[in-house]
Design a protein around this ligand. Structure first.
Ligand code: NAP
Length: 283
């Protein structure tokens, strides 16, 4: 990478940010399409969010990804919000369009595309989502937009589960209810079971949001966590030979959509995967 006076700056803001794979993905992508651009991470605390966003304009930063905990709060500082980001209520991609800050959300497409790539049929299925944070919202919207029949949302904080289920019901017209983790023991069968909590994420790899007895009821199991590659939750599915997927494809797909919004072109997913494999980020 040759950084010089003409290098365009991109990056990610969040807190904490140290473990993000996005700099590796985007820097590899810029190199693969021969763009004189660099992508760095910015650890931004909540009280500094407004200044950080003003800094994008002041410094002429071309594009920014937004991650936990800023995806919702950042919206009030932007000049334009896409319809999809409005529907989801969160922005994960900002494009600096000649001083106009535009907000987009690529998490939903990243998620739904990963299902499509693996031939997972959502239409007419009953889904259970574990979690009610920002990622769970993207998963719930994604499943709703691809024709799911019903959604149950289980979350530690009951109030957040209720808010999300009401949101999906009222804005997307899907039969969506909130349940407790205990309620899941009573279910006979689950078509699609998605972990959208952070439980099981590195370094807490010995934890699962639900026990094996819930996972075995599922026909398809998705953990949107990508580190570790195989969470304890996914290992239950694997043990019972249930089809399963981790969060890596969703991560790469959402990154590719952000890349397209910024540069007008897609990166080649396989080239990026190979680079990440060489750096030992992917097995
Ligand atoms: P978030 O908004 O902070 O939500 C965290 C969720 O996890 C909440 O539902 C929270 O429940 C639950 N949770 C956390 N600790 C828990 C515990 N000890 N016991 C039970 N529940 C717990 O975070 P997020 O943005 O939704 O991210 C969630 C996960 O998705 C993260 O692991 C993130 O890396 C992953 N993710 C992956 C992708 C991808 O591209 N693959 C994209 C986005 C996010 P409460 O509401 O009760 O606190």
């Amino acid at each position: 990478m040759h950084v010089n006076a003409k290098t365009d700056i991109y990056g990610i803001i969040g807190h904490p940010i140290g473990h993000s794979l996005s700099p590796f993905i985007h820097n590899a992508a810029f190199e693969s399409v021969n763009l004189n651009s660099v992508y760095v991470s910015f650890d931004v605390h909540e009280e500094n969010l407004k200044d950080a966003i003003l800094g994008i304009k002041a410094l002429g930063i071309k594009g920014i990804n937004v991650t936990v905990p800023h995806k919702e709060n950042v919206m009030k500082y932007l000049d334009y919000i896409s319809d999809e980001a409005k529907l989801i209520g969160a922005v994960n991609t900002i494009k600096n369009n000649n001083g106009i800050l535009e907000g987009y959300n690529t998490d939903v497409t990243g998620f739904t595309e990963s299902l499509k790539e693996h031939d997972i049929v959502v239409e007419g299925k009953n889904a259970v989502i574990l979690g009610a944070g920002g990622a769970a919202r993207a998963v719930a919207v994604g499943l709703s937009l691809t024709g799911v029949k019903s959604i149950m949302i289980a979350n530690r904080s009951k109030e957040k589960a209720r808010n999300l289920s009401n949101y999906i019901k009222n804005n997307l017209g899907i039969n969506c209810i909130d349940v407790t983790y205990d309620d899941l023991n009573e279910l006979e069968e689950i078509d699609i079971l998605v972990n959208a909590t952070s439980v099981g994420m590195s370094p807490n790899i010995n934890l699962s949001p639900v026990d094996e007895n819930v996972v075995v009821k599922a026909k398809f199991v998705y953990d949107i966590i990508y580190n570790p590659e195989k969470t304890l939750f996914l290992s239950y599915a694997e043990k019972h030979k249930i089809r399963n997927l981790n969060g890596f494809d969703m991560l790469i797909n959402q990154a590719n959509h952000s890349f397209k919004i910024w540069t007008g072109v897609n990166f080649n997913k396989n080239i990026i995967l190979n680079i990440l494999k060489k750096k030992d980020f992917v097995k």
